[in-house]
Design a protein around this ligand. Structure first.
Ligand SMILES: Cc1cc2nc3c(=O)[nH]c(=O)nc-3n(C[C@H](O)[C@H](O)[C@H](O)COP(=O)(O)OP(=O)(O)OC[C@H]3O[C@@H](n4cnc5c(N)ncnc54)[C@H](O)[C@@H]3O)c2cc1C
Length: 337
């Protein structure tokens, strides 16, 4: 048995102080739905847990100001069902409601969702795994050990943003929606408060796939803000092996401003197909200023996958992803007021 110390912090300052004092083996704890899972698998082996749930104000949901503001500890379910979010920003609400299960959404936080690790089975095959074939190499879990997914079972893996060191997919739905909505992440750490656009939050795997986020380990997420965008219609469209309680094979978050049938602006992000939440700018460029038809929407979807690098078993994601973008564009455009 490995001893683990536990601290319930009452303030942001106390949390950061406890983390800094504990060193590299510390982890912040929110809902625990990912962290405990990975601890049981032996992938995460923290010696110190710093529980954030005692910090007042971190679970706020504000919709009255200039921006939508979600405290990092706001629950996925609570954010999804907030009327102003559910009605005015369906892309946000749908990305949360199509994730996990209601039980998980009642426990899991919107901040923890941003920091979840990949569901790649080779990554999750840690020292606590019950696999009979031993622990697979994984550069993300153990830098320099190799990547069993390359040349292995890669049906669920990335076709965009992969490197020779890692092809694991970024699993979250919510970050994909935040990418389409230009969200900003607010942080607090040893150097004080700062914020970072969601587009700069995630790192491509390159040759350092173990470094997933552009955040100092001692920094904690305090809030997520989303600009208000009246006039934008949106949707989150997710295709998975079963219609509930499954991660995306391909998903698209789309937010459009329409002028009749003409697309004035489009923001499109992809999930389930890339190593990070993926902005599909070529698809956006293809529809901007044009009359939206199903044919143009599919052409835009295909443009998003130019340059994609499929592995052995995941080439189907290029066609699936293109069709998901096309459908999402048509759904969002239909919703224009
Ligand atoms: C069976 C199952 C199915 C799922 N399906 C989906 C799905 O379809 N789509 C999807 O998007 N997600 C899915 N999830 C993932 C789920 O959404 C995440 O587990 C959840 O959002 C994580 O939030 P949490 O509060 O429980 O985080 P925790 O488990 O507490 O923490 C997760 C990570 O974030 C860190 N952390 C947490 N909060 C902060 C903070 N404020 N500041 C700094 N670090 C922090 C922790 O140290 C840890 O590393 C699924 C999970 C399970 C178990």
């Amino acid at each position: 048995m490995r001893p683990i110390s536990y601290t319930r912090a009452g303030t942001l300052e106390a949390a950061v102080k406890a983390f800094t004092a504990a060193g590299a083996d510390a982890r912040y704890l929110a809902g625990g739905t990912t962290l405990y899972d990975l601890m049981k698998l032996g992938v995460e082996r923290p010696a110190h847990l710093i529980d954030l749930t005692g910090i007042a104000g971190l679970n706020i949901i504000e919709t009255d100001g200039d921006v939508l503001r979600f405290g990092a500890l706001a629950l996925m379910g609570d954010v999804a069902y907030t009327p102003a979010v559910h009605e005015g920003y369906p892309v946000l609400s749908e990305s949360l409601l199509k994730a996990a299960s209601q039980q998980l959404r009642n426990m899991a936080t919107v901040g923890g969702n941003l920091l979840q690790r990949t569901r790649c089975m080779y990554f999750r095959n840690g020292a606590g795994s019950t696999s009979t074939v031993g622990v697979y190499p994984c550069n993300r879990r153990q830098p320099g050990s190799g990547c069993a997914a390359i040349g292995g079972l890669d049906r669920g893996h990335a076709v965009l943003g992969a490197s020779d060191a890692c092809t694991a997919v970024s699993p979250g739905d919510w970050p994909v929606a935040l990418m389409a909505m230009d969200a900003t992440i607010e942080l607090f750490g040893p150097g004080g408060a700062r914020s970072i656009p969601i587009a700069e939050f995630y790192r491509l795997p390159s040759d350092t796939p173990h470094l997933q986020f552009n955040v100092d380990p001692a920094e904690l997420i305090t809030a997520i803000t989303v600009p208000k965008t009246p006039g934008r219609a949106s949707t989150y469209h997710k295709i998975r092996d079963r219609e509930s309680f499954a991660f995306a094979l391909a998903s698209a978050a789309v937010a459009v401003e329409m002028d009749g049938a003409t697309v004035r602006t489009a923001r499109i992000a992809l999930g389930g197909v890339a190593t990070v939440p993926w902005r599909a700018q070529p698809a956006e460029d293809m529809v901007r200023g044009k009359t939206l038809t199903p044919e143009l929407a599919l052409e835009a979807g295909r443009a998003a996958f130019r340059g994609a690098r499929p592995g052995q078993h995941n080439a189907f994601k290029m066609d699936l992803g293109a069709r998901v973008i096309a459908d999402a564009l048509m759904i969002a455009a239909e919703r224009r007021s």
